[in-house]
Design a binder for this molecule. Structure first.
Ligand code: COA
Length: 162
């Protein structure tokens, strides 16, 4: 069955689905508690929902922190089996339109320097690299017995809306 989805703002009733999807998609997932705490303070979330299923199903979401006219992407995850079908781009584009309408002027993010999919997506959407955060991410699969460094740098990227 093909996906019939809509972009909606997600409230706390979606917390469990956000957390489960985050854990399926991310190397260093945000915990349910962290997502909840951010939604209780400065963050809002949007997602793609398929209401044709018996239970409405979330297959992509984004968590965005907002302070005045600046916003930051805290995490974005697309269901692994639905990746590379244009959903990540559609989700970000849709949310960028909402943010612009609400008076946001710039959007920031951090991304693992080895996350080629994420970096390509952000570059396609007009984000530019503005800096680097040293050892920002912990590598979950780093093996103590090898010389692999257990931390990874992040790229800081920014897009200014005009
Ligand atoms: C990164 C992510 C959000 C992209 O979502 P997606 O729905 O798979 O991406 P899209 O199909 O919309 O692709 C848009 C563009 O992103 C880039 N891209 C996406 N997946 C890619 C991959 N595996 N390799 C290289 N480039 C990729 C391409 O430039 C692509 O454009 P194209 O299809 O015209 O070449 C998704 O892969 C994901 O959830 N990954 C795990 C979590 C993550 O890394 N989140 C981002 C950092 S927090």
């Amino acid at each position: 069955m093909s996906l019939v989805y809509e972009l909606i703002e997600l409230d706390r009733s979606w917390l469990e689905q956000m957390s489960l999807l985050e854990h399926r998609a991310q190397l260093s997932p945000w915990t349910c508690e962290l997502i909840e705490a951010s939604l209780s303070s400065v963050a809002r979330a949007w997602g793609f929902v398929d209401r044709k299923q018996t239970e409405p199903c979330l297959f992509g979401f984004i968590l965005v922190g907002l302070v005045l006219d600046q916003a930051e992407i805290l995490t974005v995850s697309i269901e692994p089996k639905n990746q590379r079908q244009g959903l990540g781009k559609a989700l970000l584009s849709g949310v960028i339109n909402v943010l612009k309408q609400e008076g946001v002027n710039s959007l920031f993010l951090e991304v693992r320097q080895t996350n080629t999919a994420g970096i390509a997506l952000y570059q396609q959407l007009g984000f530019e690299r503005i800096g680097k955060r040293k050892n920002y991410y912990r590598l979950n699969n780093a093996n103590k017995n090898t010389s692999q460094h257990p931390f990874e740098d992040a790229w800081v990227m920014k897009r200014v809306f005009r």
